[in-house]
Design a protein around this ligand. Sequence first.
Ligand code: IPE
Ligand code: IPE
Ligand code: MG
Length: 257
Amino acid sequence: MATKEEIIQERLPRHIAVIMDGNGRWAKKRGNQRIFGHRSGVKSVRETVEAAAELGVSYLTLYAFSRENWSRPSHEIDALMNLLVSTVNRETKTLMDNNIQLLTIGDVKGLPGKVQDKIAEAIDKTSSNTGLKLVLALNYSGRWELKEAMRQFGEDYKAGRISQDMDEQTLKYYLTTPHIPDPDLLIRTSGEARLSNFLLWQMAYTELYFTEVLWPDFRKENLYEAIINYQSRERRFGKTSDQVVRNKTKNNAPQYG
Ligand code: IPE
Ligand code: IPE
Ligand code: MG
């Protein structure tokens, strides 16, 4: 099992993104309903958030509900929304105790009112915290985000609110993550090796880590293992390996863009 001590502090990923997958299969294996898996996954969320905060990671983004997840049976969606409310309710104290600030990305306005209210309350309560920034991706999809950015840019351009041409910096500003650095490391659990519409723009140069572990089994040690694996990689951003070795910057993150 990986230990915290094996992690090189100077090369900690600044931003870790997680696709928390495999709750349904975890429950099914135990002869239980899918929602049992979602409920059990809350402990993994707590462990991951705590571990990231303890290590000194700056941003942790968790994919909690995709726009495509609306296609699931309505009873599962209802249960997930209720779980979201109760979890945010219960865990706000954990966030306060660990100096964690809560943020969201995604079409939060498309969520049920009670979820919106609870999230807004927690965002407000944690807004002065200066430690880890915990970003919940809710009703999020990468294509939706890019489409919205283009739409908003077009509106602003037509109305004369903006005059510059579209470039990478401008597009970044219109995304849901203008002040969040791109993820250094993506972790996806449950053995699936795909992005499922997550942070498509932002993950251009993210290191991808796939593990067979199902999300409800994911513990601090699994996060350590992913970080240690990340730290063994060479990030080249288009350069040659020789160039990278010569210009090695701190935190395993050579400059890009
Ligand atoms: C991830 O687990 C949680 C959400 C997508 C909300 P799944 O519910 O996708 O579990 P599997 O992939 O069916 O096992
Ligand atoms: C991705 O998981 C979305 C979240 C974890 C919230 P899914 O289980 O929905 O992804 P697919 O459908 O298997 O690609
Ligand atoms: Mg899944």
